[in-house]
Design a protein around this ligand. Structure first.
Ligand code: HEC
Length: 141
């Protein structure tokens, strides 16, 4: 019967619309929830360090300036180009702390050996670790 075909297609349309309304409502609610989270919590990750860590980091920063590491290395893209960029060296899977320590201890093919004291090496690494931690927007995923 042509009449029943008509009715069944109306039924189909209503079903499809219900689906659309459900999807719309789901996306709308997700949008509201997401907005609330962003507005109340923000997107900023807070890097918290203790006072003693901050002292160590500051000492490392001072050493980084005193030894003029920026002559050969960049932080946030600024500095010399003889050596590699160090902004995210700490969290780099192929580099990281042990490679840092070994270069700071012995120098490299082109990197000079500064004959640093152990505690100065540790301070420099603390500084580079902190730079890495705060370099959220600089990291490539
Ligand atoms: C004369 C240039 C020069 C200076 C100054 C210098 N470096 Fe380097 N550094 C290099 C080069 C070049 C390399 C790459 C390895 C090599 O060829 O020796 C390197 C490697 C490194 C690495 C390992 C890099 C990696 O891939 O993770 C670290 C960490 C590092 N340097 C830290 C420092 C720090 C901290 C200072 C300051 C105390 C410093 N460098 C001063 C030239 C330099």
């Amino acid at each position: 019967m042509p009449g029943s075909f008509f009715i069944s297609s109306i039924h189909k349309m209503i079903k499809q619309d219900r689906m659309k309304i459900t999807i719309f409502l789901f996306l709308f609610i997700a949008y509201i929830v997401y907005s609330i989270i962003i507005y109340t919590k923000g997107t900023k990750e807070v890097v918290s360090v203790s006072n003693s860590e901050m002292t160590e980091i500051s000492r490392g920063k001072l050493l980084f300036q005193q030894y003029n590491c920026t002559a050969c290395h960049q932080l946030y893209g600024l500095g010399g180009y003889l050596g590699p960029e160090l902004t995210t060296a700490y969290s780099d899977k192929n580099r990281g702390e042990s490679l840092m320590r070994s270069f700071l201890k012995n120098g490299g093919a082109q990197m000079p050996d500064f004959h640093l004291r152990e505690k100065d090496i540790t301070a420099l690494i603390s500084f580079l670790k902190y730079v890495d931690k705060t370099a959220i927007t600089y990291k490539q995923n």
